[in-house]
Design a protein. Structure first.
Length: 351
C-alpha cells in the first residue's frame, strides 16, 4: 500500500516495508533534506564528512541524501567508495567550473525541498541533521518566507568565527582594510535567537528550494567568493528572508580569511569583488574599485618580480588585465582571463 504526501510542489511517496513490523518507520522515496558538498582536492575531508552524514539516523531512514560535486580534482580511491555508498550521489566534472556552478549542479541533482550546502572542511556536532530537519519544519509554519539560513561557526579551537555581514559598499570595503582579515567582510552577531541578517556565508548554508529556483540559483559569473553575498541580496530583493540561527553550530576548520592567500587565489577573490561591484554598485563606485585593484596589481607584481616569483608576477599581470577589462565593461573577457589562470594553476599542480 502506498500513501502519497504533498510537500510544496513535489510529491513524496511513502511505502511501508512488507519485511518489517507494522510499527517500523516508513521509507521516504524522496528525501526531505539534500546535503550538497563541492569538492576540490579535498577528498579525505569530503570522505570524512560524508561518513559522518551517513552515520546520522535521519540519513539511515532515508530523510537525507548526500550529493557531491567534484570540480576536477585528481583521481582518488575514495571516488569508487563514494559511488557505492547508498544515499550518496557523486558528479565529477572534467574541468574546474567554479564553486557557484558546482553548487547549482549539486542542487539540480538533489531531490529535497531543503538544501544544505557544506564545505568539505566542516565538522558537524552530533544530531546536527536532526536539528536542521526540525528547524526546517518550524520555518514552514513560523516563517514561510525564510529562504536562506546560516548557522553559528566555530574555529577548530572552539573560538567564534564570523559567519554573516553587511552588504559591501565602496566606502565600507576601503575602510575595513584597516581591520584584520577575519573581520573585513563580516560582523559578529551576538544574538542568542534566530534573527534577520543581510547575508550569511556559504560554507554552511540551508536553502529552501523554492527560493533558490526563484532567483535562478547562484550567479554563475562568480567563480569563487561573494557568490553567497550576491545570492542573499537577490533573495531578499524578491521577498525572501535571510536568517542567522545561532543555536545550531558547526566547526569550520579552514576559512579563507585565516589562510595564506597565494597570488592566483587573490586574483580569484578580486575577480569576485569586481563582479559584485559591477552588478550592485553605482557605476562610478565600481570604476573607482577597478582603478584601485589595478594599482594593487601593479604594486604586487613589482614585489613579486623583486622576489623572483615568476608565477605570482604572472598572476598579478593577469589581475591588471582583469581590472582593465571590467573598467572597459568587458566582463566576459575578464572571465576568460580568470579561466586561463585557473587552467594554468591546475597544470602547475599536476606537473
Amino acid at each position: 500500500m502506498a500513501l502519497a504526501l504533498t510537500a510544496s510542489s513535489r510529491a513524496i511517496r511513502v511505502t511501508p516495508s512488507r519485511q518489517t513490523p507494522n510499527n517500523a518507520r516508513p521509507v521516504l522515496r524522496i528525501p526531505r533534506l539534500s546535503v550538497v558538498i563541492v569538492n576540490y582536492r579535498l577528498w579525505e575531508e569530503t570522505g570524512k564528512l560524508v561518513r559522518q552524514l551517513l552515520a546520522e539516523p535521519c540519513t539511515e531512514r532515508g530523510e537525507v541524501e548526500v550529493v557531491v560535486v567534484d570540480n576536477h580534482s585528481p583521481p582518488h580511491p575514495l571516488t569508487r567508495r563514494l559511488r557505492r555508498l547508498p544515499g550518496v550521489s557523486l558528479r565529477r566534472w572534467g574541468r574546474n567550473r567554479g564553486f557557484a556552478r558546482a553548487v547549482n549542479e549539486g542542487c539540480r541533482l538533489a531531490q529535497g525541498e531543503w538544501l544544505l550546502l557544506l564545505n568539505p572542511d566542516i565538522t558537524l556536532p552530533h544530531a546536527f541533521l536532526e536539528e536542521v530537519l526540525i528547524l526546517a519544519e518550524r520555518l514552514v509554519t513560523e516563517e514561510p518566507k525564510a529562504g536562506i539560513v546560516g548557522f553559528q561557526l566555530r574555529n577548530t579551537d572552539g573560538s567564534r568565527q564570523f559567519s554573516c555581514g553587511p552588504f559591501p559598499t565602496l566606502m565600507q570595503t576601503l575602510i575595513r582594510l584597516v581591520l584584520p582579515r577575519t573581520r573585513r567582510k563580516y560582523y559578529l552577531r551576538r544574538s542568542r535567537r534566530r534573527c534577520s541578517v543581510s547575508w550569511v556565508t556559504g560554507c554552511c548554508l540551508l536553502l529552501r528550494r523554492a527560493c533558490l529556483e526563484q532567483v535562478d540559483g547562484l550567479d554563475r559569473d562568480f567563480f569563487l567568493y561573494y557568490e553567497d553575498v550576491d545570492l542573499c541580496r537577490r533573495a531578499r530583493a524578491v521577498g525572501w528572508s535571510v536568517l542567522y540561527e545561532p543555536r545550531l553550530r558547526v566547526i569550520h576548520h579552514a576559512p579563507l580569511h585565516i589562510r595564506e592567500i597565494p597570488a592566483h587565489l587573490r586574483l580569484l577573490t578580486r575577480h569576485a569583488l569586481l563582479t559584485y561591484a559591477m552588478k550592485h554598485w553605482p557605476g562610478w563606485h565600481s570604476r573607482v574599485l577597478t582603478r584601485i585593484v589595478e594599482l594593487e596589481a601593479v604594486v604586487r607584481r613589482y614585489w613579486a618580480r623583486r622576489k623572483s616569483d615568476a608565477i605570482a608576477e604572472k598572476s598579478f599581470e593577469m589581475l591588471q588585465e582583469i581590472a582593465a577589462s571590467f573598467r572597459g565593461g568587458n566582463n566576459d573577457q575578464a572571465r576568460k582571463i580568470l579561466d586561463y589562470i585557473v587552467r594554468c594553476e591546475e597544470q602547475r599542480l599536476a606537473s
